[in-house]
Design a protein around this ligand. Structure first.
Ligand code: ADP
Ligand code: MG
Length: 614
């Protein structure tokens, strides 16, 4: 066998298989080869750094640990140079001739399961070094290992038949990968194009990345560093860079875990909520990294939708580098990451709220729509998210917020429900007739003011095993309370109810005497209770057949003077009594926000005035 022939090698069968796919696939994200090679260079530098720390003598110790990329547009060449650990002859054949590494191995393994979906598999598992053959049929690797007496070698291949290893003239430690691009892919020899790719993919590679001599990356992977080595300014700088923000972050959560997944994560909550400012729904912005190399700057399925306000980085070494955008949401690993980070973040907010409530409330006032959205849409985290909710309540000053937990600890003995009322503001709740029954019984009521709260209580039906109920629910049972003063007896009360029902006709579903009212003569109730006037209006607009009055029930207060008088005179003053009945109902509907048509009412009031002046 001649010397020349002995330098020629065939690829391992699996590599051959892989290369066929890489070359023939229609995989569109060809630019990922830059990501792969930069990531390999970074790995080689990382290993070098480690070797320098652990070994007494290494070759060319003065070389800077950096990644240099050069482009030659004329010759259609892109070169990736690192002064990392390099490779000796054995390593060259092992690393670039077989499938030793995890990514490609998984790729090949899953091929046997489905040979149809090759292209999507490339995206899912990545093909590492071999991705260079997506854009080239002439790849040359020059390399020299870190050991003092190492050989200078080259590895060359067209990605088809095999590869050739040769001895080269003297050169420095490390590896250069020279890629002659095919005509279809000459774009990757254009500096601007490569710069774009590098900026988005490698800005946090923890070594300098230079393109034709110019430094590309500015920020290091601070999420991988121990917290003790990072200053507040570092954090803020990094936040501004990743979030492209101008403000300081309100919160930051930096944590690392080894189990069940290797995670380094650094996420921020901005000061302002852009959705609150009316900029529409924001896109997710937490970037996904695999060991400092960017996988996706804004992955969609990484975190639940309601966490889209978070900025920052999640880095997991367990991820395949080239997990594709399409496959991301189906990946079990991503789901695991998702659950882990979400749980951590909710815990984080809970802790923050106890540590500094004022700061938490500032956050809450900005971002509560996301928390509420989470309660509504994220069944997995609903219960823990409910701990983060804050509300005004009937017994606290306006602007004093309470958690559900605080509410529960303040509950009266024997109270087994959490009461709430939805209306547009505090005043509407306090002036409506429902609250008085709760006040007089010493029952606290949560005040909810937002449209989203309808859905919130639709999903969050209980907290701490206590049912959440609206105080205007018709079937609500309240304890009897001692009542002062006269009251209609049961018989005349039910007579009056019957008469009212007759007089009011279709407008009202039911009339009954009530224990819940204290100061008001009557109240309008809806069977579901929690549907607010705004919601009703919306339903009506969508479906004209949706009739609200059909379902409205009226409760009257048999102790109220007006009600007692009405019963007394309803027969003798048949000219006035029906008008007064109608007016009582309209007033009740009005304070419930359920009155559709006020024209009749105004005219009727004039009639009543006139009669009283007679
Ligand atoms: P992976 O990075 O997942 O191991 P690759 O196909 O990207 O798979 O690379 C295969 C192997 O080739 C690497 O594990 C490494 O040992 C070697 N290698 C690739 N690029 C370099 C480089 N620039 N310097 C040193 N070794 C390298
Ligand atoms: Mg690699």
């Amino acid at each position: 066998m001649s010397e020349e022939e002995s330098n020629k090698h065939h690829f391992q069968a699996e590599v051959q298989q892989l290369l066929n796919i890489v070359i023939n696939s229609l995989y569109t994200d060809k630019e990922i080869f830059i990501r792969e090679l930069v990531s390999n260079a970074a790995d080689a530098l990382e290993k070098m750094r480690h070797t320098q720390l652990t070994k007494k003598s290494v070759l060319d110790p003065e070389l800077e640990l950096a990644i240099n990329i050069t482009t030659d547009e004329e010759k259609k060449i892109i070169t990736i140079i690192d002064h990392g650990i390099g490779m000796n002859r054995d390593e060259l054949t092992q690393n670039l001739g077989t499938i030793a590494h995890s990514g490609s191995k998984k790729f090949i393994n899953s091929l046997s399961e489905s040979d149809q979906k090759e292209t999507s598999l490339i995206g899912q598992f990545g093909v590492g070094f071999y991705s260079a053959f997506m854009v080239s049929d002439n790849v040359k690797v020059f390399t020299r290992s870190w050991e003092k007496d190492s050989q200078c070698l080259s590895w060359a291949s067209d990605g088809k038949s095999g590869y050739e290893i040769q001895e080269e003239g003297d050169r420095k430690r490390g590896t250069s990968i020279v890629i002659s691009l095919t005509d279809d892919h000459e774009e990757f020899s254009k500096e601007d194009r490569v710069k774009d790719i590098l900026q988005s993919y490698s800005s946090f590679v923890p070594f300098p990345v230079l393109l034709n001599g110019e430094r590309i990356n500015t920020v290091e992977a601070i999420w991988m560093k121990p917290k003790s080595e990072i200053t507040d300014e570092d954090y803020t700088e990094f936040y501004k860079f990743t979030a492209k923000a101008f403000d300081d972050p309100h919160y930051r959560m930096h944590f690392s875990a080894d189990a069940p997944l290797m995670i380094n994560s650094l996420v921020f909550v901005p000061k302002e909520n852009p959705e609150k400012l009316g900029f529409g729904q924001v896109d997710p912005a937490v970037a996904l990294y695999c060991n400092k190399v960017l996988i996706d700057g804004a992955p969609k399925g990484l975190l639940p939708d309601w966490l889209r306000f978070l900025k920052g980085v999640i880095d997991s070494e367990d991820l395949p580098l080239n997990i594709s955008r399409e496959s991301m949401q189906d990946s079990a690993l991503i789901k695991k990451l998702n659950r882990l980070i979400t749980k951590r973040f909710i815990k984080f907010l809970e802790r923050e709220s106890t540590a500094d409530n004022e700061k938490y409330e500032t956050f809450y006032n900005q971002f509560r729509n996301f928390i509420k959205e989470g309660v509504i849409t994220d069944a997995d985290h609903r219960d823990s998210l409910a701990n983060l909710l804050r509300f005004e309540t009937s017994i606290e000053e306006p602007d004093n917020l309470s958690s559900l937990d605080q509410y529960v600890t303040r509950m009266k003995e024997g109270q087994d429900k959490i009461y709430f009322q939805i209306a547009q503001d505090r005043n509407s709740i306090e002036s409506a007739p429902y609250l008085e029954a709760f006040k007089v019984r010493g029952l606290e009521v949560l005040f909810l003011y937002e449209a989203i709260d309808e859905y919130l209580v639709g999903q969050l039906t209980s907290f701490s095993e206590k049912e959440l109920v609206s105080i205007n629910r018709a079937d609500l049972e309240l304890d009897d309370i001692e009542t002062k003063g006269d009251s209609l007896d049961e018989k005349s009360a039910s007579e009056l109810c019957e008469w009212l029902k007759e007089t009011l006709g279709e407008r009202i579903a039911e009339v009954r005497a009530s224990k819940r009212l204290v100061d008001s003569p009557a109240a309008a109730l809806t069977p579901g209770g929690s549907m607010s006037p705004q919601m009703k209006q919306m339903m009506q607009q969508m479906n004209p057949d949706f009739s609200q009055s059909q379902s409205v029930e009226i409760e009257i207060n048999p102790r109220h003077e007006l009600i007692r008088k009405l019963q007394e005179v309803r027969q003798s003053r048949s000219d006035l009594a029906p008008m007064i009945a109608e007016q009582i109902v309209d007033n009740a509907l009005l304070s419930a926000g359920l009155l559709d048509e006020s024209k009749n009412m105004v005219n009727r009031v004039y009639d009543i005035m006139l009669k009283s002046l007679d």
